[in-house]
Design a protein around this ligand. Structure first.
Ligand code: FES
Ligand code: FES
Length: 208
């Protein structure tokens, strides 16, 4: 009777042995990768960091922070989980909703889609830094126009609105729509958001 475990000349034992060899091969590849990742420069002079934690520094709302972070962590991880700036929200965590919008070196970025190590040395503004003694005019207008329901999207809309008004003090309604076009609101507060930004623009023009 033929061996049921032996088909096409390959026994079950030999097949498993072969698998073992493959696993060893994979492990060897990974450790080679780790050695490469630990190097400071790659084949074309690219900076390679990790796999251990990397020390970075950046400024958030006027405060300097230094932290040791894994190279895989995002700017949103750094802000929320390491530094406690929970104003920027993690909603989609994949760059499609805008809830994590912050201002970095004068432009809006999605903190969930940027590695923290790429923000090394940057100047970052989050929603927590907008109010001083009083709310920022954009925040005030959001309250007045009831431009939020659950509020998850709100910090992102506010940061986009603030950045828009820094670049354009006299935005048309089309400019306002374009300015916050990367921000999504599942509760559908768009009309109130647009009115709030328009009002903040008028107030800021008058020096409010
Ligand atoms: S949480 Fe970053 S874009 Fe949605
Ligand atoms: S207020 Fe709920 S998602 Fe915008």
């Amino acid at each position: 009777m033929s061996d049921p475990q032996k088909k096409n000349g390959i026994s079950r034992r030999n097949f498993l042995k072969g698998m073992g060899t493959s696993v060893v091969g994979t492990a060897t590849l990974s450790s080679t990768h780790s050695v490469l990742a630990a190097a400071e420069t790659g084949p074309h002079g690219a900076r390679i960091v990790g796999p251990d934690r990397v020390t970075i520094t950046f400024d958030v709302n006027g405060h300097s922070h230094r932290l040791a972070i894994e190279p895989r962590e995002t700017l949103l991880d750094a802000l929320r989980d390491h530094l406690g700036y929970t104003g920027s929200k993690r909603v989609c965590d994949r760059g499609s909703c805008g809830a994590c919008t912050v201002i970095l070196n004068g432009r809006t970025v999605l903190a969930c889609s940027m590695l923290a190590i790429d923000a090394d040395g940057a100047k970052i503004e989050t929603v927590e830094g907008l109010a001083t003694d009083n709310l920022h005019p954009v925040q005030e207008a959001f309250v007045k126009h009831d431009a939020m329901q659950c509020g998850f999207c709100t910090p992102g809309f506010i940061m986009s609105g603030v950045m828009l008004l820094r670049k354009n003090q006299n935005p048309s309604s089309k400019d306002i729509r374009n300015g916050v076009s990367g921000n999504l609101c599942r509760c559908g507060t768009y009309p109130n958001v647009f009115s709030a930004i328009a009002e903040a623009s008028n107030k800021m023009k008058k020096g409010g």
